[in-house]
Design a protein around this ligand. Sequence first.
Ligand code: ADP
Ligand code: ZN
Length: 732
Amino acid sequence: MTQASPDFYDEGTLVAVLTAQPLEGPLDYLAPEGGVMAGAFVEVPLGPRRVLGVVWGPGRGGFDLKKARGIGRVLDVAPMRVEMQEFLRRAGEYTLTPLPAMLRLATRAPGLSDPPSMQKIYRLGDTEPARLTDARARVLEVLRDHGGLGFTLKEVSDLAGVTSSVVKGLVAQGAVLEEDTPRDTPFVPLDPDLPAKALTEDQAAAAARLRMGLQAGSYGTTLLRGVTGSGKTEVYLEAVAEALRQGGQALVLLPEIALTAEFLTRVEVRFGTRPAEWHSGVTMTERRRVWKMVGQGGAQMVVGARSALFLPFQNLALIVVDEEHDTSYKQEDGALYHARDMAVLRASLCGARVVLASATPSLESWANAEAGKYERLDLDARFGAAVMPELAAIDMRAETLPSNRWISPTLQAAVNARVAAGEQALLFLNRRGYAPTTICRACGHQIGCDHCDARMVEHRFQKRLICHQCGESTAMPEACPACGVAGKLAAVGPGVERLAEEAAALFPQARIAVLSSDLFGSARALKEQIVEIAQGAADIIIGTQLVAKGHNFPLLTLVGVIDSDLGLQGSDLRAAERTFQLMRQVAGRAGRAERAGRALLQTFQPEHPVIRAILAGDEEGFWRAEAEGRRQAGVPPYGRMAGIILSSPDMQAVFDLGEALARRDGPIRAVGAQVFGPAPAPIARIRGRHRVRLLVKAPKGAAIQAAVSEWIAQVRLPAQMRLTVDIDPQSF
Ligand code: ADP
Ligand code: ZN
């Protein structure tokens, strides 16, 4: 029997405090003067240090109370809710991540324990200004309408569309008050009742279903599937509006920071002001403010990256996972969690709704909808005059190309026609850099990374060789590092930079823009470039995966996929799903506005089933075939998998330990599962560490986490050995 935990502990009571330090679990401390709330954020002494922690529950005791240390300070932030504690516990159990590491995810706000610094806030005063100009009237109107909380100088002048001197002038006359307030101020409230766009019949029906779900007030997940441009965003913004009307908080996850700029503008148009932002591009001060305001209810809506799932929402009503199939939702470092799964877990614990939006859902979500676990809503038509692009293959076996050229004559002619018509063409190649391989024509040596099992990729703009695994980079050498012969290094194969060179030669009159994440110093520079391109600043866009993700380019009417076969190589069982999604996403970039679009896929195997399914636009058929294949192989989502990665600088040691584990597979077999490996991991060496992987394949209902914990607990890790468990690995 466990006792219901009290929500307040009197001074001197023993309480368990969880910290993010790598310890076994919570430690006991005495509640401070005045007592402490369950879930309170506190500072506790740990050895010579003071660390941040959370009051996790009653203390366990069992030691001399005189030796107990006291809680140092209770922080002035909202206590962690019980459901958040439960979320961290369950997420940790699911991913086999220790609780302290989970807590670290939930306390990522910088300067959480610092006292707030001050800033000036502006409110309505009670004197009338002597002379009421238009500009002054606008300022007063903004403050009267929704200035209850006060605004910063920048906010009020932006909202009123005046310079800051207008506001200052009003302060001088006492018509506006200037007050010193802690910097952690609430966000300007969003207004869900501003007029929304008139929705089409399909959109309105989908929005109504989502609203009904929210009104039910209990957990539920909806897969919102709709072709690119069908208005999924418009529809889920109406779900956000409903959440806001109920006084609930909404979280929208986007897979890519570069997408936020456009999205924030849309939110501002719909709700009158911008929501809070949470991702690596947000300043430290702002992140601290967001964290605190989410906890106090002073932020109604957050737009962010996957880590926003760990913000301390008080009243979370809705989580949207946009582009839910995107692979970047899987955290591949530290706690290995998938944001889509964690969103569903979090929502189920607090009775919130989840909307998974995508034009090309993951097979997992598709299968969950088939099984009736998720509701499924479809938007099949593009909004307005926009129609789905027409898709065709270019059979590369029938094209004549000089060596080191990748744009076929057929594609070249199509691009010329579009550019001549004042439209945009996109050439898509999912390879950063100039060329994937650099080979010495004197000795045949291929330049590889010294620390990884990977080739060094030439980046010609930067004149460097870069390892895409570990980031190691060296100046482009003159001579071969193996044989020393100079002037014989040759680029083999295409990257986007090389494609840009080819395009410049083929289309001398066109303005060409290259969009690849590594070519931009900052997220901001990239955002600006995207906005300029959308406005027509380029005729030909050359891009990597980055452009496949949700950007709106209204003038774009032709997409040419340089190498459609690229993703189909290799042994990854998800290759077909990935290629299908990526090709459809890329093709979906064409013809978003009034103009019809076309996508041309260069391929050497036009009869490949995946390529045929893409061309035929046969989504359901593709999914059914793919699902059947996975079912027969017993792999996710029809079976369970876990990866164990062992890594060490000592190659022999990793293989020895891998084999020792494979031999002691009793706990795995006990749940009807099997161990495969050890085999070299998908990347066999990173940063000088050799990596081997063991794969556990289990039937759907198996208690895989418990079995894996018991299994790995049998071996001791030698010095320098690291063991990582990856539940539901993305490649298998
Ligand atoms: P998706 O998220 O499915 O790609 P969006 O919501 O981005 O689609 O819609 C595509 C474009 O069409 C956007 O520019 C959007 O503003 C516009 N749009 C969609 N539905 C409507 C509507 N009902 N009224 C006006 N514009 C709309
Ligand atoms: Zn490397």
